[in-house]
Design a protein around this ligand. Sequence first.
Ligand SMILES: Nc1nc2c(ncn2[C@@H]2O[C@H](COP(=O)(O)OP(=O)(O)O)[C@@H](O)[C@H]2O)c(=O)[nH]1
Ligand SMILES: [Mg+2]
Length: 204
Amino acid sequence: MSDDSVLKIVILGEGRVGKTSILSKYFSSKFDKNEKSTVNPSFYETNINYNGSNVQFKFWDTAGQEQFNAISTMYYQNAVGALLVYDVTIFETFQKVETWVRTLEEVVGQNIVFVIAGNKFDISDKKTLDQNINTVNEYCQKKGCKHFYTSAKTGFNLVETFEFLTKSVCDKLKQTTGGVSTKRKGRHIEIADTKKPKEKKGCC
Ligand SMILES: Nc1nc2c(ncn2[C@@H]2O[C@H](COP(=O)(O)OP(=O)(O)O)[C@@H](O)[C@H]2O)c(=O)[nH]1
Ligand SMILES: [Mg+2]
């Protein structure tokens, strides 16, 4: 299968909010408390079953460029979904989510489906969460997106987040193109056999 037939999902957020850790925990069941700043882009591929069809997704992780405001347009291009991550213990990282979404929408358009993850829930305190939840909910209501608290350390809500995101992408494609296995902007989205998620390191 060529890369063109795979649905692309990008992960975005400030440096150190836990993007790489979330992907690593979800796809490889690994959590490294000393996770270094990402140096290489990583890709994770997975198939989901959508109404009886297998749909292939590729999740893109950054190579740490977000720390230098240096994410290239190429990273966003052709994305049909995005996971926006902030750190619930450093709420300033949520303000940046709005900036990432604006940039994303400028490059790929308003049809992009995104979900927001408030990560590091395992070390959050209730008072801080309560203080900030209204801001989060208002933004999500305005943008029509869903928010999950997550923990890359414990795995809390990761399955729910990924399942919701991939299903929402399929729903959106069905709604806008009539089906996930039809031509979308000239690209054929193939139906492939189910297989275990596999991790790929290194550049494409
Ligand atoms: N306690 C806790 N630490 C986390 C969590 N997610 C990531 N971390 C830690 O936060 C730091 C940055 O994580 P990383 O995945 O590299 O962030 P990225 O720069 O957004 O990719 C690392 O030390 C991780 O071990 C989490 O859910 N809970
Ligand atoms: Mg990273």
